[in-house]
Write a new protein. Structure first.
Length: 382
């Protein structure tokens, strides 16, 4: 017997209703699970191990439950938990993250060694360069490198030099004579997640006991060396690295103002200042030396007067030297025949402005040409 139109309509009604329910269920997406364990390597019996699921998330914003199974018949609930293993072995840790519809799990192994196992130690060798003029650096445990460009061409007005920093982890040691180191891993900036996995502590930018860190721009960095021994134990050491710069231009001419417009020579240099990442410049020092009168001076001409103007990334003026009178232009070891300026930019300037590519203009407003005996840009992070 054929179904009546009424029954057929009922089927359509329930089918549409069920379709709506299925759409409602299917619109909910699975949560993502992300687990981190600290320490990340082998641990000892009796050590407290931290487990963290804060990287897990739900695309729909649903509340989540976090269930941990530590692999030794012990469990816990919570986004962050700690656990102590009381026996040796390799344990499989399982984290299950669930919302109202789905449960997603991830497993990770934890190796537990005896309570008296020997531990490695990590050590970064410290060294400090003299500055570009031969002055010794101040004391402290850090790495300090200088980039010195002492004979810059007057046509090259962009500071873009880099250097190579030698990193030495050879002073790191294994725990005892029965163990040995198997890996040296370098994180070249602990404030940047270079592998993009959400974990700042596991970046492996370089590997090796002694390595060359190339193309390093002026700045302040915190690096980390992590060593691993044959038992799977890890140890880390962190150190600050400072890369300073000095560029010097000498004996060039800046044209005179013959068209009622001041003549400017613009120099570009990088400024790094980010308190969140610890990249904080100490000083920019801009030094200028010029003769009071040139050798080819004509009778009736006045004295030279050159000034410097500093601008930030957005070309906003930050400071200038115009406030200095002629008698005040005696910075440094200035001869009686010269005028000498040092414009110093410090943290008070960088905090209120922007990091990035800054500029400094060397300005001649006089009608006549002027010789520049020395023009120096120093970027000092330490």
């Amino acid at each position: 017997m054929r179904p009546s139109f009424a029954v057929f309509g009922l089927f359509l009604f329930f089918g549409a209703a069920m379709s709506g329910c299925l759409d409602s269920v299917s619109s909910n997406s699975k949560p993502s699970v992300q687990m981190s364990i600290s320490p990340s390597g082998t641990v000892k019996v009796g050590d407290s191990v931290s487990f963290d699921a804060t990287g897990s998330s739900d695309p729909n914003g649903d509340p989540l439950d976090f269930d941990w199974d530590f692999g030794d018949d012990q469990t816990a609930q919570g986004q962050t938990v700690t656990h102590v293993y009381n026996s040796q072995g390799t344990f499989t840790v399982e984290l299950c993250v669930s919302d109202s519809d789905y449960e997603v799990c991830e497993e990770r192994s934890v190796v537990v060694a005896s309570a008296d196992a020997a531990l490695p130690s990590a050590s970064i060798a410290s060294y400090k360069d003299d500055d570009c003029t031969g002055e010794s650096p101040s004391a402290g445990t850090h790495l300090l490198a200088w980039i010195c460009e002492e004979e810059m061409d007057s046509a090259d007005t962009v500071v873009d030099a880099t250097t190579t920093v030698q990193l030495d982890g050879s002073e790191s040691t294994a725990g005892d004579a029965s163990t040995y180191l198997t890996k040296h891993v370098w994180d070249l900036n602990t404030n940047i997640d270079s592998d993009g996995d959400g974990d700042l502590d596991n970046d492996a930018d370089l590997e090796g006991e002694n390595v060359e860190w190339t193309n390093v721009v002026p700045g302040e960095y915190e690096i980390r060396l992590t060593v691993t021994d044959n038992q799977g134990f890890t140890a880390s050491d962190e150190m600050d690295v400072y890369v300073n710069y000095r560029g010097a231009w000498a004996e060039f001419t800046i044209d005179g103002n013959t068209s009622n417009n001041a003549v400017e020579v613009t120099f570009d240099y990088p400024v790094g200042y980010d308190q969140d990442t610890g990249n904080t410049m100490r000083y920019v020092k801009i030094q200028l030396t010029y003769p009071i009168k040139d050798d080819d001076w004509l009778i009736g001409e006045g004295d030279n007067r050159l000034d410097i103007y500093a601008y930030n990334e957005t070309e906003e003026e930050v400071a200038n030297s115009t406030y200095l009178g002629d008698d005040d232009r005696t910075a440094g070891d200035c001869s009686d025949d010269d005028r000498c300026i040092e414009l110093r930019l410090g943290p008070q300037h960088f905090r209120n402005h922007l990091e990035g590519d800054w500029t400094v203009d060397l300005v001649n407003e006089n009608l006549f040409d002027s010789t520049v005996k020395a023009f120096v840009i120093i970027l000092e992070y330490k």
